[in-house]
Design a protein around this ligand. Structure first.
Ligand code: PLP
Length: 437
């Protein structure tokens, strides 16, 4: 019997042994195409020796020093290299070890910044339904995924949620553009309902992630949200944990919408899975405002600003730059999208195929016309992913896009280095298993 337990408690986990590019092998020698990079994490590919070597070198030199005492050369170098890519003025970075922790650090930063400018009543953070911001209790209060919140409501202070920009199932029963972006407008209503003097921030994923499955907002959505946040002095936090570092075919997801947030949270692709690292990114002037008023940012963590994490991120950035992998993600991702659409066009239970770059979602329906969902107890998304896994293709299942309980989808989000032949293999297997299930 194993002395490890996992989230999927009844699942028998094969033992992963090694990986290369978009491929993973288990210890029985079975080959899998990793078509979702785990939880949409692996961007530069599995088995990149340069990243492993950089981490080993740093671990041998100075693996761990306490972040209240030292900085490290590798962390400073990486931060200076990252700064020009991040769409914030003169940005600076606070390093943590998971996206959830990054989101919570962002909330604390927003709150402290509001207090520093004298807005001491601003404690509310508005999020969206259909979102994912993490599983720790503070992040869960923002995550708009009822299934994950179940049983824990009493343990966190809930935050308000507004409807997501999910045109396939518009919460207002409207159609774009006649809707006049009612979903963005709902943010203004929610701010006014609480009183702007109580609202610190609004947090959202630039392209909807795991909870809805690569939902791309309509044109004008982000510009409207930006206007509303400006009007009411609310900080706009872009949760780029999934969309960052090229996943959508641009360095950061917000770039598709010509909008500059105030605060960003980065994770996953920063190290492509080689180290658990996430990053709170803020404007230098905002960090300085807190320093001047409060002296310190009132947050901490034993493993924050980890030197081995910085070495992994630095080497991952080398790979992204040297391989021009963000452009690759855009081009090969467009091909992936075309192939998915073509292969699933005539499959009656596929209601929608959507996405950007190397981040695609496939939503299942019992009836295309009515968009009726399958009974949740049939776990259709999971069943499709299980069948694909049997055929050696790993996909990322999701459910709950309809009122948090019903609705099935999956994500296809492979490492950027996936080959065209592997894309064809993934799409071919996906079509076959969807028909079979
Ligand atoms: C957009 C977004 N934010 C936050 C998180 C939480 O990150 P982590 O699982 O590293 O805590 C995730 C994870 O999937 C995510 O996709």
């Amino acid at each position: 019997m194993s002395h490890v337990f996992y989230r999927r408690m009844g699942h028998s986990h094969p033992r992963a042994a090694w990986g290369e590019g978009a491929l993973v092998w288990d210890d029985a020698g079975r080959r899998y195409v990793d078509a979702c990079g785990g939880a949409v994490v692996v961007n530069v590919g599995h088995g990149v020796e340069a990243v492993a070597r950089a981490m080993a070198g740093q671990a041998a030199a100075a693996a761990y020093v306490h972040p209240t005492v030292f900085t490290t050369e590798v962390l400073e170098t990486y931060s200076a290299r990252l700064a020009p890519y991040v769409p914030l003025d003169d940005p600076c970075f606070y390093y943590v070890t998971s996206g959830s922790e990054g989101v919570e650090a962002a909330v604390k930063f927003a709150r402290q910044w509001q207090v520093a400018r004298g807005e001491v009543g601003r404690e509310v953070v508005i999020a969206r339904w259909g979102s994912y911001h993490g599983a720790t209790l503070g992040a869960l209060a923002l995550t708009g995924k009822p299934k994950m919140r179940r049983w824990f409501h009493g343990l966190f202070r809930d935050q308000p949620h507004v409807p997501p920009p999910y045109c396939y199932r518009c919460s207002f029963g409207a159609a774009y553009p006649a809707c006049d972006l009612a979903c963005a407008q709902a943010l203004e209503t929610e701010i006014r309902r609480h009183g702007a003097e109580r609202v610190a921030a609004f947090i959202a994923e630039p392209v909807g992630g795991a909870t809805l499955g690569a939902v791309v907002p309509p044109a004008g959505y982000w510009a409207r949200v930006r206007e509303i946040c400006d009007r009411y002095g609310v900080l706009l936090v872009a949760d780029e944990v999934m969309t960052g570092f090229g996943r959508t075919g641009r360095w950061f997801g917000v770039e598709h919408f010509d909008v500059r947030p105030d605060v960003m949270v980065l994770g996953k692709g920063a190290t492509g899975g080689y180290f658990p690292l996430a990053i709170l990114a803020v404007r230098g002037t905002d960090a300085e405002a807190i320093r001047q008023v409060h002296g310190d940012f009132n947050h901490g963590g034993t493993f924050s600003h980890h030197a081995v994490g910085a070495a992994a991120a630095n080497a991952t950035l080398d790979c992204l730059e040297e391989g021009d992998l963000v452009r690759v993600a855009a081009e090969r991702g467009a091909l992936l999208g075309q192939r998915l659409r073509a292969a699933l066009e005539d499959v009656a239970c596929v209601g929608d195929v959507r996405g950007l770059g190397m981040m695609w979602g496939v939503e299942f329906v019992a009836c295309r016309e009515t968009k009726a969902v399958f009974p949740p107890e049939r776990h259709v998304g999971q069943a499709v992913c299980d069948a694909a896994f049997e055929r050696g293709v790993i996909l990322y299942p999701g459910s709950g896009s309809v009122e948090g309980v019903a609705g099935d989808h999956l994500m296809v989000a492979p490492p950027f280095v996936i080959t065209e032949a592997q894309i064809d293999e993934v799409v071919g297997v996906l079509r076959e298993v969807v028909v079979q299930v």
